[in-house]
Design a binder for this molecule. Structure first.
Ligand code: 5AD
Ligand code: SF4
Length: 425
């Protein structure tokens, strides 16, 4: 979501005449799009802002802006105004379209300008400079009503709001016309899409509509909450040929007691049943997840339940996080916080287990011919191309750069835990 917001900010800045630079010393405008989901990301912002002080002294006309969800709750914007007075503009996730006027206000007054009022509406999407010429994000909803007890997002991004299907389809049709092959539908909880619309429609029906758009070859979506993942969605995924056989389904923790404390509203058994249904109806499906280690009160037995789920589901990918205490959330008030060194050890055990499973899953791809959307040259070797399979696996193979943006078939000949190698067919 943040990356997608950055694409919109980039568009606005280019319209105003700015061009991108790789060198911070050359910049006339520096902007940080922040995230406050975990403390580390927040601390990094303060560190970076601090290190800009000498540069701002040298170049007083340079504008420094900070935006994103860190500005929308808690004390960050006050701290920045008090301790980082060289910051010129502060705004939130729903003020992106106001950026030109915020810049003008700053230039005409010389003051620090702050705007975090809810202004941008989900149906009025801002144009963007997309990072990719053939893979695009499409926002379908904002906000979250779930209030998982560890999570600050509902406080920062506000309540759920769905974009109309007409507006979504307009954007997808436009992307198809521009040659886009793959789209990822974005929302904090896409499975509850449509509930706030005057003519409610379900997420599976939205998928069915988008599946008909000619030119789009692959559809993905992020993020699904297990409590809202319906049988109809599994049917839609199975029946829509463009919807990739891949799902990101965060389970967060394996222990039912911890899941309850997290307010996740499903049990381990509910989750495993969902996985079983998904694997039955969509035989080649690959699964990824988010897991939190060290939630307040997590015991060794609770953690073993997390490992058990990982072993049973056999994920292909996963994001693992050490619990980070976020002021303002319910979990931050719990007085049984887990010691950092215990969380750290559990985290390492979890990673070991997951990387082993990723390795074994990738081994199963050996000898198969997989469809790959070629994204570009590999970072380390210019002669090697990289792309992703429908199952979101990264593949490296030798090929000509003219293949970038095309769908090709690659026979898999090698692998590690995180990627596959192969030969172009
Ligand atoms: N601490 C650690 N991880 C968190 N996440 C959300 N809040 C926290 C927190 N306080 C993780 C969840 C979520 C992902 C986007 O970030 O796993 O799915
Ligand atoms: Fe946070 Fe839970 Fe909402 Fe995801 S569903 S954004 S983890 S509150």
């Amino acid at each position: 979501m943040n990356e997608h917001d950055s694409e919109k900010i980039a568009y606005i800045l280019e319209k105003l005449g700015y061009v991108k630079t790789d060198k911070i010393e050359n910049a006339d405008f520096i902007i940080y799009n922040t995230c406050l989901v975990r403390e580390n990301a927040e601390l990094k912002v303060y560190g970076q802002l601090g290190s800009l002080k000498p540069l701002k002294k040298e170049k007083p006309d340079m504008i420094i802006a900070v935006c994103g969800c860190m500005m929308q709750t808690g004390e960050a914007k006050e701290i920045i105004q008090e301790k980082y007075k060289h910051v010129d503009i502060i705004f939130g996730t729903k003020n992106i379209s106001s950026l030109p006027s915020l810049i003008n206000r700053h230039l005409s007054t010389g003051n620090t300008v702050v705007d975090i009022e809810d202004r941008d509406l989900i149906d009025n999407q801002i144009d963007m400079i997309r990072e990719h010429p053939f893979i695009g994000y499409v926002n379908i909803m904002t906000g979250c009503n779930n209030f998982c007890t560890y999570c600050i997002v509902p406080y920062a991004r506000g309540r759920e709001d769905s974009r109309s299907p007409e507006s979504i389809l307009d954007e997808v049709n436009d992307l198809a016309k521009k040659g886009y092959k793959e789209i990822t539908l974005l929302g904090q909880n896409v499975n509850s899409y449509g509930k706030t619309l005057s003519n409610p429609i379900s997420f599976p029906d939205l998928l069915r509509m988008i599946n008909k758009v000619e030119g789009i070859e692959r559809i993905r979506f992020l993020t699904s909450h297990p409590k809202d993942l319906s049988d109809d969605l599994i049917d839609a995924m199975a029946e829509c040929d463009k919807v990739c056989e891949n799902l990101h389904l965060p389970f967060q923790a394996g222990s039912n007691r911890i899941l309850k404390e997290m307010n996740r509203k499903y049990t381990q058994e509910d989750y495993l049943l969902l996985v079983k249904k998904l694997k039955n109806k969509i035989p080649n499906i690959t699964l990824s997840t988010d897991i939190i280690v060290g939630f307040p009160g997590e015991t060794e037995e609770d953690f073993e339940e997390t490992l058990k789920v990982v072993r049973e589901v056999e994920y292909d990918q996963g994001f693992t996080f050490i619990y980070s205490k976020r002021e303002g959330t319910k979990a931050a008030t719990m007085n049984n916080q887990v010691e950092r060194n215990i969380s750290q050890k559990r985290f390492e055990r979890l990673l070991d287990l997951m990387y082993g499973i990723f390795y074994k899953n990738n081994e199963k791809e050996l000898g198969k011919t997989l469809e790959v959307l070629v994204e570009g040259p590999s970072k380390n070797n210019d002669e090697v191309l990289t792309g992703r399979t429908r199952g979101y696996k990264l593949v490296h193979f030798k090929g000509d750069k003219s293949l970038i943006g095309k769908l090709v078939n690659v026979k898999i000949t090698g692998h590690n835990s995180f990627s596959l190698n192969g030969d172009l067919i």
